[in-house]
Design a protein. Structure first.
Lengths: 14, 267
């Protein structure tokens, strides 16, 4: 089972 | 004032075909350097960033930065009415009246079609996307874009069977890249070896690997990304377990289209 991480959060947190 | 002209509609038609099925709205940023477009799908899983430098246009005048959200489905419909050799003019007036005008002119019979698009809100784009250093990617694969599209189609025909959530695992080791998917009654693996033959120097598959990597992605997104093949002969896939994968198509000398997607992680 795998989960998709959303990009919006990723780019806002870097 | 904003006034741009392209003597062949093909480039813009291809751009819209490459993004309009996955992304419903996009942010268009016009500046002195060119057009930067960014869009994110509604589930915030995939992002596309396009750059078309001013030199990509036959005429480019933009004396003030202008950012506009546009509905891509409407634009794609309009552009399907344009012939490949139509001359496109893009204009926005000084009063920034929240509309932009696209004009298609047929050089053969002089017929002119005019479309005005109202600005719309976008899904949280544009975002600040840093250029990650090359060293942060575990592997890079460059291959002919037609080959990548063919691989996505093959995997879909096997894995799909109406399942929207088919996952593809891309694994890279020294000399080959494997695309693996699971169907209802079995699995499918496509192995691509590194090639650089003398008779086909323009169609190499090149693999740069720092360490072995194996990452899972949604096939339906990859399938949409593969539509960038109309814009470039080659695609470069940059893979890292900590960064969004980048599927990049260089557009001649004048820009690029990059699709970003994070790999799936084990729960």
């Amino acid at each position: 089972i795998s989960q998709q991480v959303v990009l919006h959060k990723f780019f806002q947190h870097i | 004032i904003l006034e741009l002209r392209l003597v062949q509609a093909t480039l813009f038609k291809n751009v819209l075909e490459a993004i309009s099925d996955l992304f419903s709205k996009a942010n268009f940023d016009f500046s002195g350097t060119g057009l930067e477009l960014q869009a994110m799908d509604t589930s915030h899983v995939a992002l596309v960033a396009l750059l078309l430098r001013a030199e990509a246009f036959n005429h480019y005048l933009c004396d003030r930065d202008l950012s506009m959200g546009l509905n891509l489905a409407d634009m794609a419909k309009a552009f399907r009415c344009a012939n490949n050799d139509d001359i496109i003019t893009i204009k926005a007036e000084e009063d920034w009246s929240d509309t932009v005008t696209f004009t298609f002119e047929s050089p053969e019979d002089g017929e002119i079609s005019i479309f005005d698009f109202d600005f719309v809100g976008t899904n949280g784009v544009p975002l600040e996307i840093p250029e990650f250093p090359e060293s942060e990617y575990q592997a890079k694969v460059r291959m002919p874009s037609a080959k990548f599209m063919r691989i996505c189609k093959k995997l879909s025909s096997f894995g799909d069977s109406g399942d929207r959530d088919t996952v593809v695992i891309i694994s890279v080791d020294k000399e080959c890249v494997n695309f693996f998917t699971r169907g209802k009654t079995g699995t499918s693996t496509i192995v691509c070896r590194q090639t650089q033959t003398v008779d086909k120097p323009k169609e190499p598959t090149l693999i740069e690997m720092k360490e072995q990597v194996s990452l899972a992605f949604d096939l339906r997104y990859m399938n949409s990304f593969s539509k960038g093949s109309t814009l470039s002969d080659q695609v470069t896939i940059s893979l890292s377990s900590n960064l969004p994968a980048v599927f990049e198509y260089k557009i001649a000398e004048t820009g690029y289209i990059r699709y970003y997607m994070l790999p799936r992680i084990e729960e």
